[in-house]
Design a protein around this ligand. Structure first.
Ligand SMILES: Cc1ncc(COP(=O)(O)O)c(C=O)c1O
Length: 369
C-alpha cells in the first residue's frame, strides 16, 4: 500500500464540481486580478480567523513582508523569531530592512520559548515573530505580555495554523497581524501561490492593501512605492470554496492525529504533544527518534512518504553564514530538528493507511540498534 505525504488529487476530486464552477466563473467574468472574488474571500477569511480585516497577498512570504512593513518594522530594527522554521520567516524580516535575532524553543511544543525572550530583547527590538509551528499556536499570552511590557509588536507566522485556536479563540484575534500561507499543501491551500495577513487594525489593513498593489491610492496615483504582491482572482475563488470545507477537514486531521497517537502510544518513539489550551490543526504530525533517518528509509521502502521539518536550523543555513552563529547556540531546537520526522497527514488519510504506517514503524523500531 502506498501512503503519500499529502493527497491533493483526492481533495480536488471530493470538491471537483464546486471548484470547477468557481474557476469557470472567474474566467467568464475575466476577473483575474482583484474584484469581488478577492474581496469576498478576504471578508470570509477575516471572519473565520477571528479578525476584522484580511489583506490577500501573492504568498505567505509576501504577507509576512508586508505585515512587518505596515507595523513599522524597518532598517535598524531587530525582530525576534525562532531557529526551527522555514526560511520565509527570516527572509521577510530581512526584506523589511530589519535584522533577526533567534531564541530557542520550548521542548514540549517546539514553539518560541517565552522564557527566552527577555534575555534577547535590546533597545533595537521592534517586534516578536512567533511561528505557530506544525499547526499548534505558540504560547501567545506570555509572548503578548512581554511585548506589551517592552512596547513591541507581535506579528505571527501562522502559515501552518489556519483554524487553530488559543484559549478558545481563533489565533487571528491575538496579534497585531497574523500571516497565513495558502501554498497548495497547506491546510487551506490554493492552486498556486497565495497568502494573506489578518488584523484588527484598519489603518494597517488599508496601508497593506495599498502596498501590495504598488502603493496605489487610486488608478495611477501612488502615495508610496509598493510591490506587486496581489492575490489573484482564480486563487481567491479556489480558496473561497475550500474555506467552506476547512472546518471538517481540520476535524479529519485531528481524528487522524488522535488515531496515530493512540496506536503509537506503546512504541519507543516520541510523539509531539498537544497543549490542552490550544486547538492543534495538524498541518504536520511530528514524531521524534534518534534513528530518524533509518526509520524514514524503512518507511520509504514500504511506500510510505515522510518529511523533515526542518533539516537545517536557520542559524546554520549557508544564507546566514556571515552571522557566524555556531552549532549548539540553540540546543533545544537543534536536538528536535535532528530527531524530527513528519508522518503522512492530510484530511483524506484512512485508518487503513495509518495502520500501515504504524505497523511499518513498529517493525522498524523492533530492528533498531
Ligand atoms: C512556517 C512558514 N512560514 C512561511 C511560509 C511561506 O509561505 P509561502 O510558501 O506561501 O510563501 C511557509 C510555507 O511555505 C511556512 O511553512
Amino acid at each position: 500500500m502506498r501512503v503519500p505525504f499529502v493527497d491533493l488529487k483526492a481533495q480536488y476530486l471530493s470538491i471537483k464540481d464546486e471548484i470547477d464552477a468557481a474557476m469557470q466563473e472567474v474566467v467568464e467574468n475575466t476577473a483575474f486580478v482583484g474584484g469581488k472574488t478577492v474581496t469576498g474571500f478576504e471578508r470570509a477569511f477575516a471572519e473565520f480567523s477571528g479578525a476584522k480585516y484580511c489583506v490577500g497577498t501573492s504568498s505567505g512570504t509576501s504577507a509576512l513582508h508586508i505585515a512587518l512593513q505596515v507595523c513599522g518594522v524597518g532598517p535598524g530594527d531587530e525582530v525576534i523569531t525562532v531557529p526551527n522554521t522555514f526560511i520565509a520567516s527570516t527572509e521577510a524580516i530581512s526584506q523589511s530592512g530589519a535584522t533577526f535575532k533567534l531564541v530557542d524553543i520550548d521542548p514540549e511544543t517546539f514553539n518560541m520559548d517565552p522564557n527566552a525572550l527577555e534575555g534577547a530583547i535590546t533597545s533595537r527590538t521592534k517586534a516578536l515573530l512567533p511561528v505557530h509551528l506544525y499547526g499548534q499556536p505558540a504560547d501567545l499570552e506570555p509572548i503578548l505580555a512581554i511585548a506589551e511590557k517592552h512596547g513591541l509588536q507581535v506579528i505571527a507566522d501562522a502559515a501552518q495554523a489556519h483554524a487553530s485556536t488559543y484559549k478558545g479563540k481563533p489565533i487571528g484575534s491575538y496579534c497585531r497581524a497574523s500571516c497565513f500561507s495558502f501554498y497548495p499543501g497547506k491546510n487551506l491551500g490554493a492552486y498556486g501561490d497565495a497568502g494573506a495577513f489578518v488584523t484588527d487594525d484598519e489603518e494597517i489593513a488599508v496601508l497593506g492593501k495599498s502596498l501590495i498593489d504598488h502603493g496605489r491610492s487610486e488608478k495611477y496615483a501612488h502615495a508610496v512605492e509598493g510591490y506587486n504582491y496581489r492575490l489573484d482572482g482564480l486563487q481567491a475563488a479556489v480558496l473561497r470554496v475550500k474555506l467552506g470545507h476547512l472546518e471538517h477537514w481540520t476535524e479529519s486531521r485531528r481524528r487522524a492525529a488522535a488515531l496515530y497517537r493512540e496506536k503509537l502510544a506503546s512504541l519507543p518513539i516520541e510523539v509531539a504533544q498537544e497543549s490542552a489550551d490550544r486547538r492543534h490543526v495538524y498541518h504536520l504530525f511530528s514524531v521524534f527518534h534518534d534513528e530518524r533517518d533509518r526509520l524514514r528509509d524503512e518507511l520509504a521502502e514500504k511506500g510510505i512518504a515522510s518529511g523533515i521539518h526542518y533539516p537545517v536550523p536557520i542559524h546554520l543555513q549557508k544564507a546566514y553564514e556571515a552571522r557566524n552563529e555556531k552549532q549548539g547556540s540553540y540546543p533545544v531546537s537543534e536536538r528536535a530538528m535532528k530527531r524530527q520526522m513528519s508522518l503522512p497527514m492530510f484530511p483524506e488519510l484512512t485508518e487503513e493507511q495509518i495502520d500501515h504506517v504504524v505497523t511499518t514503524l513498529t517493525e522498524a523500531l523492533a530492528t533498531g540498534s
